[in-house]
Write a protein that binds this ligand. Structure first.
Ligand code: IMP
Length: 194
């Protein structure tokens, strides 16, 4: 079965291809000749993931799924959340985003935060949502060279290193994206059985 992953991000495509059973063939937006950047106009991760999945469903009539992720900080009422990529400005600059988090927190002792991923899948007439969450804490210095985004300032629970220090192998087993993907794959397996 062909499944469209509504993304232009080739890294995400390659990562997923390694995880799904071989009877699913994963195609990117580029693979189906869709060169449009689907606008993320929702105000929640769920809405944005659904917008992207619906776009492919209605325009191309294909089985598809999409994802949206963000960092949710307790003391900031869940911000930056759905606006994580462009928290400081539309420039989507990681350094500026991290500085803004620190400014907003101003050394607040409540450093609890979580990364959350939502995957929206369109297998039939309904959209199904799958979630993955990793809880942790924000720190007020940058540690580690790996990863991207907010990785250098996020320490997952039960660890004493940031995502940027832990490296991809560990991050890819405990991350929000890995957990959401696992839930999604369980959903795909159910589909195969039904
Ligand atoms: P996306 O939906 O996967 O593109 O993620 C949106 C934004 O959330 C990214 O641009 C990052 O700022 C932030 N983000 C999502 N996942 C991660 C992660 O694993 N590490 C660090 N930042 C992340």
């Amino acid at each position: 079965m062909k499944l469209i992953f509504a993304t232009h991000n080739q890294n995400k495509i390659e990562e997923l291809k390694k995880l799904v059973p071989s009877h699913f063939s994963i195609l990117s937006l580029t693979d189906i000749n869709c060169h449009k950047e689907i606008e993320e106009t929702g105000s929640t991760l769920e809405e944005n993931a659904t917008i992207k999945a619906n776009f492919i469903k209605y325009k191309y009539g294909l089985h598809c799924f999409s994802d949206d992720s963000g960092l949710e900080i307790d003391a900031l009422n869940g911000a930056p959340g759905v606006y994580s990529a462009r928290y400081a400005s539309e420039a989507k600059n990681n350094e500026e985003n991290i500085k803004k988090v620190w400014e907003k927190l101003k050394g607040n002792p409540n450093t609890k935060a979580q990364f959350r991923t939502v995957i929206a899948a369109s297998f039939d007439k309904n959209i199904q949502l799958f979630e993955g969450i990793v809880k942790g804490n924000i720190i007020f210095e940058k540690r580690g060279q790996g990863g991207f985004g907010y990785d250098p300032i996020f320490i997952p629970e039960s660890y004493n290193k940031t995502f940027a220090e832990l490296g991809d192998t560990i991050k890819n087993t405990i991350s929000h994206r890995a957990l959401a993907t696992q839930n999604f794959l369980n959903g795909l397996n159910q589909l195969k059985k039904s």
